[in-house]
Ligand binder design. Sequence first.
Ligand code: ZN
Length: 291
Amino acid sequence: MSAALKVHHLDCACIQRLRLHGRRLACHCLLIETPSSGLVLVDTGLGTQDFVDPARRLGLTFTYVYANPKRDPSYAAVHQIRKLGFDPADVRHIVMTHMDLDHVGGLADFPNATIHLHARELDACRARRTWKDKKRYLPVMWAHEPRFEAYSEEGEPWMGFESIRSLRGLPPEILLVPLFGHTLGHCGVAVSDRRGWLLHAGDAYFDAREVHGPDRQCAWMVGGFQAIVQTKRAERLRNQDRLRRLTTEHPEVRVFCAHNPWELEAMRGEATGAARGPFPHAGLAAAMRGA
Ligand SMILES: [Zn+2]
């Protein structure tokens, strides 16, 4: 394994309504520099079109009830990628944790990118079987008819989790790790960079205390939200237990979710060299307890 990938941590939406210990939520996406597959995004957050008329594109419930996203187009991944000195046209692949609206809003800003996801998630977002699915999966986000690559065949396990390896056209250091529950085909994305493995756990949890420390704890607001939007409660909680085992048995793996602003800061600090040593799971959980 070459471990040559370089990972940038982007914040691609500011969720102002839902709070975690009083703080606004982030939308943590990854931009990965690869040697032979161009740039790879993990999730997109909100895109340029979402900031033009959020209520119309994202719906009234998301815009006014759950999120009230900050109307600041500089959060769009495409602008951040340009600011980093890259050409957005070099984003050739996007790996999705799941297809919820706040994760796919930016897909249309990368019309030529191939979208990699679990087959169960692609089926769910196309079928939109339930009322809840109709609110969360918005076909307008993929109306540009991108190419999808869907997977269900599992390969060698990763850290005790099922894993989907050999994503087509992507280096072997990027894997899908099924973490079903939030949505039917929700996955984490494991990436090996120069420091070792990291796991973007998507929306498998929100509050770091759900997966760190001996007992599960969760702030009431994000706890309630997760309960409302989940599709399989038992699977979601079982996967949090498995993630807790991972953070205990493999403290060297940097585990973070999509919306936790403390985790985003920790990962950005690490990327810029501000934080050294193992990923501060314990410190994070303690900081949030005291928050
Ligand atoms: Zn989300």
